[in-house]
Design a protein around this ligand. Sequence first.
Ligand code: DX5
Ligand code: ZN
Length: 228
Amino acid sequence: MAVQINPSILSADFARLADEAQAVKGADWLHVDVMDNHFVPNLTLGVPIVESLRKATDIPLDCHLMIEDPDRWAPQYAEAGAGSVTFHAEAAAAPVRLAREIRHQGARASMALKPATPIEPFEDLLPELDMLLIMTVEPGFGGQAFLDIMLPKIRRTRELISRHGLQLWLQVDGGVSATTIERCAEAGADVFVAGSAVYGMEDPAAAVRGLRAQAEKATAAAPWACGH
Ligand code: DX5
Ligand code: ZN
């Protein structure tokens, strides 16, 4: 699977979202962080903004739901036109049913793990998912420092994906930048979310290209990607 770079609009100007989507031409997905002030101590946006954003850009939307009760709310994001919907494992009551519902609505189904949540209990669920998101910061805010202690979890998840021969994408989110992206790629990630490392730059589209080049180079040299 090719490297994918997903700029996070959490670091964009919320009053100019359509322009900010334009500013990252060449990005694979636009990462949309939905926060409810309960699951995380921050509040961002909901379904109406996702609907508007979908009409304002051709870049598909990768909705990361940091919300409680995703079983109730997540399918609405798929209905609103998100191409991928990520719910948190810690918040979902019935992750298999929820993933099936998201897929039924026509979106890719994805599950996220906070830093303290291990991957191992979810091994048998992986075939139900299109993507697994490993948080590399505590969710809630952009601009935090990358947690190197998450690299072993990325490695173990990549091993599970290979062992079971799955087509699962492995996303990392939080503190991904020119300094840290190569470590993530080397450990096994193939989808990279970057907020401040894209929108904090003078030329966000150039930042996307730079991150992609670094990730591609690191992937080509990574043992896990041999034969891919
Ligand atoms: C954090 C969000 C991230 C955030 C990443 O809870 O899920 O998507 O935007 O921002 P950076 O890349 O600045 O760490
Ligand atoms: Zn996110």
